[in-house]
Ligand binder design. Structure first.
Ligand SMILES: [Zn+2]
Length: 242
């Protein structure tokens, strides 16, 4: 008992001292969080590690261009082959027209937001160079034309919905009044060339090259321009027979 009495104070003292020590250690600084403390020691990359491969992007298909065809005949985003099904030929009804004058008229008088209703205009040498092909915004953007209104009905033996010829028809206008005059040789040359380009590129059957009046039966447009002969020369008969 005496021995215990002797040891006890020492034991208590030892406990107090060690307790103080641990308490002192506890207040020395924050205890590092084992999860958050990354110790800013990033693991070194393994030797010869390859850089992360970039996601592969499919290369854009290059547009196949026909030699000798003006570059602006190809719209930047390509031709919407699913959209175009026929070509509608017009005359402007005045030899003094130009693509710009017609654009202004369609914009301010007709109030068409996109202006010029045709996709292409071919000059006659008066206010636009003879045979020069003007490429309209509607072709560049592959959007619907405003050149040949039509209702629901049968056309050339097939049922067509209202406005079919504006929605699916490429409008080409030759400057001039072909009720009084004939188109110039250069205009016809450019028209044939344009049709020869468009029919395969836009996947249009050459039998579907029409004159405005053939569709609506309400206009003399395009006057004396022989659209039937144009169809024949562009392979329309052969295509129609297929
Ligand atoms: Zn017309």
């Amino acid at each position: 008992m005496q021995r215990i009495a002797l040891i006890l104070p020492f034991a208590v003292l030892a406990l107090l001292v060690s307790g103080c020590k641990s308490a002192a250690r506890g207040h020395a600084g924050p205890v590092p969080d084992p999860v958050l403390d990354t110790g800013h020691r990033r693991p070194l990359p393994p030797p010869n590690r390859r850089p992360v491969a970039r996601r592969k992007v499919a290369p854009k298909k290059p547009v196949r261009r026909v030699a000798g065809v003006p570059g602006d005949w190809y719209p930047t985003a390509g031709i919407r082959k699913d959209r175009w099904q026929c070509i509608v030929v017009h005359h402007s009804a005045s030899p003094k027209d130009s693509p710009e004058s017609m654009h202004r008229y369609h914009l301010s008088q007709k109030k068409w937001p996109n202006g010029l209703g045709y996709h292409f205009v071919i000059g006659n040498g008066v206010n636009y160079p003879d045979g020069a092909v003007f490429v309209g915004k509607r072709w560049k953007q592959q959007i619907t034309g405003a050149h040949c209104k039509s209702g629901n009905g049968r056309f050339f033996g097939t049922w067509r919905q209202r406005n079919y010829f504006n929605t699916h028809g490429i409008g080409i206008c030759l400057i001039g009044n072909f009720e009084n005059n004939r188109p110039t040789a250069k205009q016809m040359q450019s028209l044939r060339r344009l049709i020869a380009f468009l029919t395969p590129e836009a996947k249009i059957n050459p039998a579907r090259v029409y004159g405005h009046g053939e569709i609506t039966r309400k206009t003399a447009c395009p006057g004396r321009l022989q659209v039937a002969a144009l169809r024949r020369s562009s392979g329309g008969i052969n295509a129609a027979a297929r």
